[in-house]
Design a protein around this ligand. Sequence first.
Ligand code: PMP
Length: 356
Amino acid sequence: MKTVYNFSAGPAVLPKSVLEKVQQELLDYEGTGMSVMELSHRSAPFQQIIEGAEALLRELLSIPEDYHVLFMQGGASLQFSMIPLNLLGPGQTAEYILTGSWSDKAVKEADKVGEVRTHKVETQTAIPSYSAKDFSENAQYVHITSNNTIEGTRFNGYPETGDIPLVADMSSHILSEKLDVSRFGLIYAGAQKNLGPSGVTVAIIRKDLVGNAPDHCPVLLNYETYVKHGSLFNTPPTFAIYVLKLVLEWVKENGGVEGMEARNQEKADLLYSYIDQSGLFHNPVREENRSLMNIPFTATDDEINARFLKEAKEAGFEFLKGHRSVGGMRASIYNAMPLEGVKELVEFMKNFEKKQ
Ligand code: PMP
């Protein structure tokens, strides 16, 4: 089999040991004589999987008792609609901090549902600090994209919002570093970067924020439906939830969130420190807002970018092309990217630079 390092922004690299376990269990899940894909979602073995996944996530993030953990479909993009449908009533206002493409998409959906007030950052290469005085006291919630997958930025310290619930799209960095869940009203993430395969979306929601959706809210867009039915109102993405549970077990075996953070910091430091002293490559993000997960970089011109991408692919470094809105390259180095992958990428970049 061809050996590659996968730097995709998502769906993204999964731990090899998880894939091996999936392979091992594929035809016979724990003596059931069938694969997980064939098990009823109402069966005892699947019940154990979904409950196990929730328990592990609660343990890894020390999720307080007054929060629900929900497994849904529709990706983070459906959360853009569900959040205002559930939390933004008539005559009420929500505030959105716009730090990049994904927050722009989130606010577009909220705008269809109710009143929004936006805070646009001056440049997409930095995120300022915010405090309660930046927000109107009666805002229903403040929405942020805590890690900007395309721009390669992240908040350095979360906004102080006082009593206003803070809602965060953590799709591209959940479980990558320590997190105080109690600072948030709602955290959500599509699984396909740090949690597992695509198809399942996780939300961690404070209990008092559930149950306020209007009567006309479609049943599957109402958080209360998932709470009442243990995320089993209708058929959930069973296979994706199974793999997610295996990924959470892998995180636990590898030092938990602290272990992930230490390794992620080491990987990111390695790449940023090389880029910063390079005469060829450049990362535009202000140091304190640099993402640990998504690192965009460009060479001095487009011809070199194209040549770099071509040679990198030939050498087994996959999906390094930057998002079309930013250009250049982007290395997504999620939890499952081994340190070795980043070391080899940096070596490859050094050698490429020498040849110019
Ligand atoms: N938010 C962020 C921060 C993302 O990175 C992405 C996917 N790249 C999305 C939302 C959209 O996620 P999905 O495709 O699961 O709807």
